[in-house]
Write a protein that binds this ligand. Structure first.
Ligand code: UT7
Length: 326
């Protein structure tokens, strides 16, 4: 059975830059604190007219061009997002419509920062079983619409961005070699948006209490993130019979440079094999890994035959990893 692989990538990040100096004017923070605790110097912010689906279509077109695939060839569209255009319908429906793809299986996937890897894993199952030939997987987040710019613990971290991958049958020896995905709801109160759902429908009170914004227990989350990303990466490598030294590239979710450094060190991956763009892009949740992958592909950092490990962690909590040969 042929392996599935990522045949093309594309990204769309908004033009507007929000620097640490800009944030110093909004909350009680400093460039020095943000840089040393997170590695972030700036992040991107969507313009008011930009939407999750709009940037998704831009990223998808670039990915389709690279793959040499037309929208009409798509059988499956998965949009991983926790910042959808609207609660209803799925953002994937707008993407299918605006891309000019035929009516097909298109849905949103909510796995937060692990969402792109969950989407790739789901698409892989459809492609390798022959149910689908070409799939579009998008990690799309306009987190600025859900961030409280009065909360210094979260507003310094998150940014906006979208990236897409087109998946289809890969030419050997390329393809997805291993993957895992996990969710543990016991930690669901570590990163969440309290209001706007069935537990607390939006009301004047929830808005006044700022409960429609992201809340995070960052310090606790940090430890779970390092542990789970290390463990899942190890398991996926082991099952594929690949050692950490053999990797050409490791792309971890860009949550915090200190998390990246800790995972890299524990796994024993050489620092020059680890990709990071967090200083420029911040944490874009499910878009972070595909934005990194797209930068690596377009800059020539990734070459045919390279072994790439991607590993993520996010709200839920969710975590997962995908190993592939480019
Ligand atoms: O993407 C998905 C998952 N996200 C994550 O995994 C995030 C994981 N967590 C983190 O990245 C880090 O925990 C943070 C960057 C969020 C925070 O760093 P930390 O080193 O864990 O800091 P902390 O929460 O323990 O806070 C230390 C101090 C506190 O002050 P006191 O109590 O020691 O006086 C905070 O109030 O830093 C304070 N603080 C800030 N100070 C200046 C928190 N945020 C800021 C800020 N500027 N922006």
């Amino acid at each position: 059975m042929a392996l599935a692989g990522i045949l093309g990538t594309g990204a769309a990040v908004p033009e507007k830059v929000l620097t640490n100096q800009d944030l110093e004017k909004l909350v009680d923070t400093s460039d020095e604190w943000i840089t040393t605790r997170t590695g972030i110097k700036e992040r991107r912010l969507a313009a008011p007219h930009e939407t999750t689906s709009m940037l998704s279509v831009q990223a998808a077109r670039k990915a389709l061009d690279m793959a040499g695939i037309k929208p009409k060839d798509l059988d499956l569209i998965i949009c991983s997002t926790i910042s959808p255009d609207m609660p209803l319908p799925a953002t994937a429906a707008f993407i299918q419509r605006d891309l000019g793809a035929p009516p097909c299986c298109a849905f949103d996937l909510a796995a937060a920062c692990s969402g792109f890897l969950f989407g790739v894993t789901v698409a892989d199952q459809f492609i390798t079983t022959g149910k689908v030939k070409y799939a579009l997987v998008i990690g799309a987040e306009l987190l600025s619409r859900y961030v409280d710019y009065q909360d210094r613990a979260t507003c310094v971290l998150f940014g906006d961005g979208v990236a897409a991958g087109v998946l289809g049958p890969a030419s050997p020896p390329s393809g997805i070699l291993g993957e895992e995905m996990h969710t543990e709801g016991a930690y669901s109160d570590h990163l969440y948006i309290p209001a706007g759902g069935t537990v607390k429908p939006t009301s004047r009170e929830t808005v006044e209490a700022r409960e429609h914004y992201i809340k995070m227990r960052g310090n606790e989350l940090f430890k779970v993130a390092v542990r789970s990303m290390e463990e899942v990466s190890r398991r996926v490598l082991k099952k594929a019979g690949v050692s950490a030294e053999e990797l050409d590239l490791f792309i971890p979710h860009q949550a915090n440079q200190r998390i990246t450094d800790a995972v890299q060190e524990r796994l024993g991956v050489s620092p020059d094999k680890v990709y990071s763009n967090i200083s420029r892009i911040g944490n874009t949740s499910s878009a972070s890994i595909p934005i990194c992958l797209d930068e690596c592909v377009r800059s020539g950092r990734v070459k045919k035959g390279d072994l790439i490990l991607m590993s993520a962690f996010g709200a839920g909590v969710t975590w997962g990893a995908v190993l592939m040969r480019w």
